[in-house]
Design a protein around this ligand. Structure first.
Ligand code: SAH
Length: 221
């Protein structure tokens, strides 16, 4: 049985989560597994208390340090794209609040997630331990270098926008594996992009316009 603050009340209640998921389905999210997990998991615990009542709105929300928890739709869409693959080993770059990490952890076998800001990394770790997401391994590091000890990955997901596709990440993709990443174009627009590795070549597909915080270098302790 889940404790009352995990279940939520009022604006964080099961009814509010169900309404969010109905909206996601209307917006085109088809994968039942994604909708079920998002209906069950407490998104409100990934925000400061003052913002928790807005957790199920169709919007991104601040998590401190100039970063944001992505809107429910983008979390659902990216998770759906991950599940289109056979995701044995998945690497997420940009743990942030840890919400996308949790949703992925419930649906894939093995998950690695990297964050460059220590305060966010630690808080996400506390939340994921509390929610018993035992298959998620977190690391404080510049995710542009990937996680070489755990490579190769069937899927690498970036939750921050790259100017160019980081070479070390491409090198850590399994053959046939995909990288799903927001990528900035020269005109400033960002596109969710899927890069599939086929041997030594990479097939790049632009999916849809998105809006993410930038992928940055280095670690903040
Ligand atoms: N999936 C997260 C999104 C957070 S925003 C959520 O829904 O909460 C993107 C995150 O990527 C931020 O926390 C930012 O600090 C992190 N980030 C940016 N560049 C990074 C890098 N090179 N390595 C690891 N994390 C990075």
């Amino acid at each position: 049985m889940r404790s009352p603050d995990l279940l939520g009340v009022g604006m964080t209640s099961q009814r509010t989560r169900d309404r969010m998921v109905d909206r996601l389905a209307r917006q085109g999210i088809r994968d039942r597994r994604v909708l079920e997990v998002m209906a069950a998991e407490p998104r409100h615990l990934f925000l400061d208390e003052a913002l928790a009542h807005r957790a199920y709105e169709d919007t991104s929300l601040p998590i401190g340090h100039g970063q944001t928890l992505s809107q429910p739709w983008i979390v659902a869409r990216m998770t759906e794209l991950v599940l289109e693959e056979t995701p044995g080993r998945v690497l997420e770059v940009g743990t942030g609040s840890g919400y996308q990490t949790l949703i992925l952890a419930r649906l894939v076998t093995e998950l690695w997630s990297v964050e460059r800001i220590n305060a966010l990394h630690r808080r996400a770790g506390e939340r994921l331990r509390r929610l018993a997401a035992r298959n998620a391994r977190l690391r404080l590091a510049d995710g542009g270098h990937g996680w070489s000890e755990a490579a190769p990955f069937e899927v690498i997901l970036l939750t921050a926008c790259a100017g160019a596709l980081p070479e070390p990440l491409l090198a850590q993709l399994a053959d046939g594996g995909v990288m799903i990443a927001p990528v900035a174009q020269s005109d400033g627009t960002q596109w969710l992009t899927r890069v599939r590795r086929e041997g030594g070549s990479f097939d790049i597909q632009r999916l849809e316009p998105v809006r993410f915080v930038p992928l940055l270098e280095g670690v903040i302790r």
